[in-house]
Design a binder for this molecule. Structure first.
Ligand code: ADP
Ligand code: ZN
Length: 731
């Protein structure tokens, strides 16, 4: 049954709002009527709230009390495919529709009329007095013909102060005009000359471009080692989408959204794409949201939530570094952007490209099952070759307990320094030291709100809880026995490694890349760009540096603790370690100089360490897949996590036990429930957390059963329940 496309004044309409009400509410269409999907403002109690016309009214409410829609907002109505996408995503993740709508409207002032701002373009008068500064401004404008700029842009481009531009405006040398704040994005040109592709790159690009031209859904796993040219190849798919007049979206892990990457896109297409990320200003967000909806933005480069923008004609979604764990949103709506990208594309007839050097087992399994196509780029571009891998067996290195750089690694770094090349030391732990121990009484400083140890961050001079973010100044005395000056740092973090490196190599330029040390993502990006150009001899970093950055002069990566990821109860521990080690190794030797990656390990015979060293991915995947199949866990079985949390531990456990007992809806589909057990982090922000884990067969209708199951408990007081479909982390 198809819905009517338009509602006349006074017709009953169902409006979905962003308020947590559970269902759409009936209103009457406003004067002038409204389209299906229109963004509207409706009265709700004493307030005005944002909503979308979702369909005809349900008519199950007292007709005399139904109020009118206040007004239709000045924005393109939500398209049917978007409404279907939100509904299916909500059903899959067991999220309420209002919460989904909030994700789709994460831009401020959607209903405001476009506001204006001043822009500057070429004027027709010659200023009375010509200065060097003024000449530079006029030259910039000359170069850009008829384009206009904001005051700040123009002043920056000409390298003058804004008063110079204003002075010129007074004399008519430049023209000052009012322009809408939300400007369309500059047209991208898909036909600018790209790089000349190698044979296998060109073949892969042709397959992707054909897919885009088919205007049908399809997903391709684009696999290739770091540096094999995956980006070059998928930019050709973007070009194909642009030529076909369709929009494209490139999703990146937040941290990989670097200037380097944007510059590259700009070089390929001649203008800047839209950039959607957590650091974008409200004005930028609003502009992107509106322009995407009006089809005046052809390409968005964004973090995961860019998936929920109102594309008008989406033809391609690229998910770069598809295995990256940051695609899973872990708070609020728990969704995996990679999987939702596939859903969205299937609905709107778009192509998906999942690019990775180390694909997730999920994607690998979908290829095996024939659901995804697979394209492989087999070699690195140009003279760069895969790094040589080696293990340093720490059992033979005789390191004291407060040192982490083995003599063997130290000697290797020295060789690079002598040749003027860069070396990187990698440790996947932020802060200075993971444990602060009192040498007098043995007390370890923990978080007051969580069951986690406080991590010392010496740079910030604070102890920070990595679970809840709580922080406090580093105390002088032990909080337990009050002995002074006996607190000791135990174990390494990236800052402490930086300190050790400075002691070993006092003359080297050492850059420690830790998110603490940079006030903003931009500052960090600038630092990374500087390092790529040679501003440091030794780079020390956490997983921040494992992603996507290109350091052409880097020839050695030393992994301080390759064993760190192998511990713990996470079913993906082996996969994660494998991916991380491969990526870090991929940092070395991107340009002409061959690279080496050395893994410090106490278990050189561990199967994962051996697979990394052998570079044998297929063997690793096959072995890992066999184990998961055997255990019936994802991707060969289904899982869902339930986290109950509340201030009172007994109450939380009671609710968990009750759920576990009332498992009939789960048993009907053959699913099993485990728990309740304290979640691995049993307390966060003062709330006790209890976890239940549900396991089902791959084909079982898990969502319906879960919905029926959790509906049985009434959440009293401050008790909360969150369902996590396909949990990635097991907290
Ligand atoms: P990946 O995305 O697989 O890591 P990139 O696409 O970033 O690989 O390529 C690695 C480097 O090699 C980049 O600097 C890129 O510009 C360069 N490169 C790749 N393919 C070509 C090519 N065909 N011609 C010129 N340079 C290339
Ligand atoms: Zn805490």
């Amino acid at each position: 049954m198809s819905l009517p496309e338009f509602f006349d004044h006074g017709d009953l309409v169902a409006v979905l709002t962003t308020q947590p009400l559970g269902r759409a509410l009936d209103y009457r269409a406003p004067e002038g009527g409204c389209h299906l999907g229109a963004f509207v403002e409706v009265p709700l109690g004493p307030r005005k709230v944002l909503g979308v016309i979702w369909g005809p009214g349900l008519g199950d409410y007292d007709l005399s009390k139904i109020r009118h829609v206040i007004r239709v907002l000045d924005a393109a109505p939500m398209r049917e495919e978007m409404r279907v996408f939100l509904e299916r995503a909500a059903a899959y993740t067991l999220t309420t529709m209002p919460a989904m709508l909030r994700l789709a409207t994460r831009a401020p002032g959607l209903g405001d009329p476009p506001s204006m701002r001043k822009v500057y373009r070429r004027g027709d008068q010659v200023p009375e007095r010509m200065t060097d500064a003024r000449r530079r401004v006029l030259e910039v404008l000359e170069d850009y013909g008829d384009l206009s700029f904001t005051l700040k842009e123009l002043a920056e481009m000409a390298g003058v102060t804004s008063s110079v531009v204003k002075g010129l405006a007074k004399q008519g040398g430049v023209r000052e005009e009012d322009a809408p704040r939300d400007m369309p994005y500059a047209r991208l040109d898909p036909d600018m000359p790209g790089k000349e592709l190698t044979e296998d790159q060109a073949a892969a690009a042709a397959v992707l471009a054909d897919g885009v031209r088919s205007e049908a859904y399809g997903t391709t796993l684009l696999r290739g080692v770091t540096g094999s040219g995956k980006t070059e190849v998928y930019l050709e798919a973007v070009a194909a989408a642009l030529r076909a007049g369709r929009q494209a979206l490139v999703l990146l892990p937040e941290i990989a959204l670097t200037e380097q990457f944007l510059t590259r896109v700009q070089e390929r297409f001649g203008a800047k794409p839209a950039e959607w990320h957590s650091g974008a200003t409200m004005t930028e967000r609003r502009r992107i949201w509106r322009m995407v909806g009006q089809g005046q933005c052809q390409l968005v480069i964004g973090a995961r939530s860019a998936l929920f923008l109102p594309y008008q004609n989406l033809g391609l979604i690229v998910v770069d570094e598809e295995h990256d764990t940051s695609y899973k949103q872990e708070e609020g709506v728990l969704y995996n952007a990679r999987d939702m990208a596939v859903l969205r594309a299937a609905i709107c007839g778009a192509q998906v490209v999942l690019a990775s050097a180390t694909p997730s087992l999920e994607s690998w399994a979908n290829v095996e099952a024939g659901k995804y196509r697979r394209l492989d780029l087999t070699s690195r571009f140009g003279p760069a070759v895969m790094p040589t891998m080696g293990a340093i067996d720490m059992r033979g290195e005789g390191l004291p307990s407060d040192r982490w750089v083995s003599p063997t690694l130290q000697a290797e770094v020295n060789k690079r320094l002598e040749k003027g090349e860069q070396a990187m030391l990698f440790i996947n732990r932020r802060g200075y030291a993971p444990i602060t121990l009192c040498r007098a009484c043995g007390h370890q400083i923990g978080c007051d709100h969580c069951d986690a140890r406080m991590v010392e961050h010496r740079f910030l001079k604070r102890l920070i809880c990595h679970q809840c973010g709580e922080s406090k100044p580093m105390p002088e005395a032990c909080p337990s026995c009050e002995a002074e000056g006996r607190l000791a740092a135990v174990g390494p973090g990236v800052e402490r490694l930086g300190e050790e490196a400075a002691a070993i190599w006092p003359d080297a330029r050492i850059a420690t890349l830790s998110s603490d040390m940079y006030g903003s993502a931009r500052a960090l990006k600038a630092e990374i760009a500087g390092i790529a150009e040679g501003a440091a001899d030794i780079v020390i970093g956490t997983q921040l540096v494992a992603k996507g950055h290109n350091f052409p002069n880097l020839t050695l990566v030393g992994v301080i603790d390759a064993d760190l990821g192998l511990m713990g109860s996470d079913l993906r521990a082996a996969e994660r370690t494998f991916q991380l080690m491969r990526q870090v190794a991929g940092r070395a030797g991107r340009a002409e100089a061959p690279g080496t990656a050395l893994l410090q390990t106490y278990q050189p015979e561990h199967p994962v360490i051996r697979a990394i060293l052998a570079g044998d991915e297929e063997a690793f995947w096959a072995a890992e897949a066999a184990e998961r199949k055997q255990a019936g866990v994802p991707p060969y079985g289904r899982m869902a996590g339930i986290i109950l949390s509340g201030p009172d531990v007994a109450q939380v456990f009671d609710a968990g036990n009750l759920l576990a007992r009332q498992d009939a809806p789960l048993r009907r589909i053959g699913a099993q429930v485990f728990g309740p057990a304290p979640a691995p982090i049993a307390r966060v922000r003062g709330r006790h957390r209890v976890r239940l884990l549900v396991k089902a067969e791959k084909s079982a209708p898990l969502q319906e059963a879960l919905a029926a199951w959790v509906a049985q408990v009434r959440l009293k007081g401050d008790l909360r329940l969150a369902v996590d479909i396909d949990p990635q982390s097991f907290y």
